[in-house]
Design a protein around this ligand. Structure first.
Ligand code: MLT
Length: 255
């Protein structure tokens, strides 16, 4: 396998096997909005984010520990009591909701349509990162420290489709690492993502006209501001790591 590869569509992360992951470092992107939201919550002091695949799994974890806060969306909208059998989730999936007064020192369990599934599909890899434009440089720096044998940039996509904004962000990370020797065997998919990014790097906002997810959010008055928020680059100075216990936390400095 090439040392730097991009998985564009959910069918690709769903097909990952333990054998694909033993030597892999996976970086998961759900720019609009799951991984951007996780980075925002950690940046505002959340202790950890537990991504789960289903509403039922989220509710079960909340029953075991009432202190954890529930977050997530279906069709982009916060999960409500009617969908859970009685519990209103505390948050949807807008990064702007996860303010320090609400999340500092809290653990958050979240379920979203694609992002949380993509992260869970990578459990078992040597390292798994949740990345967004907000922590791109910090993620690149961490990967440089690790010098992985294989780097898989995993786009969460939208439904079963590729999403423009994830490909763009994967391309931006590929661009940052392009000349690093550990990632020098570039798959065609990495060339494609990087080309898309280099074409649009000076106008990410304008590029959102090609992103169906962005167009959907921009049409919703309450959520439209999420798009710009999620394009803000390098507002967080940490990589976000999915641990083997299934929790995303700030990466700790190497000793
Ligand atoms: C997802 O996980 O599919 C997304 O983050 C959806 C969204 O919140 O817009």
């Amino acid at each position: 396998m090439n040392t730097l590869k991009v998985l564009f569509v959910p069918a690709e992360f769903e097909a990952l096997t333990p054998a694909d992951l033993t030597e892999a470092t996976c970086v998961v992107f759900d720019v609009l909005r799951a991984t951007s939201t996780m980075v925002a919550a950690l940046n505002n002091g959340a202790l950890g984010i537990v991504p789960v695949a289903t509403i039922e799994a989220a509710v079960r974890l909340h029953e075991l520990d009432r202190d954890v806060l529930l977050a997530g969306e279906r069709h982009g909208i916060r999960i409500r009591a009617a969908q859970t059998g009685g519990i209103d989730f505390a948050f949807g999936n807008s990064p702007r909701e996860f303010t320090a007064d609400k999340v500092a020192r809290k653990t958050i369990v979240t379920t979203t349509t694609n992002g949380t599934r993509a992260l869970r599909a990578c459990l078992g890899a040597e390292n798994v990162f949740a990345a967004s434009f907000a922590n791109l440089n910090a993620t690149a720096a961490r990967i440089r420290d690790l010098r992985p044998d294989q780097l898989l940039l995993v786009c969460s996509g939208t439904g079963s489709e590729v999403s423009f904004e994830d490909a763009l962000c994967a391309g931006a990370l590929a661009d940052l690492l392009w000349n690093d020797t550990f990632a020098s065997d570039h798959a065609d998919s990495a060339h494609i993502a990087r080309s898309v990014y280099r074409k649009h790097q000076n106008d990410l906002e304008g590029a959102m006209q090609h992103a169906s997810n962005a167009r959907r959010l921009l049409a919703l008055p309450d959520l439209a501001a999420d798009v710009d928020f999620c394009l803000d680059r390098d507002t967080a100075d940490f990589a976000a790591v999915l641990g083997s216990d299934g929790t995303v936390r700030k990466a700790q400095p190497f000793l």
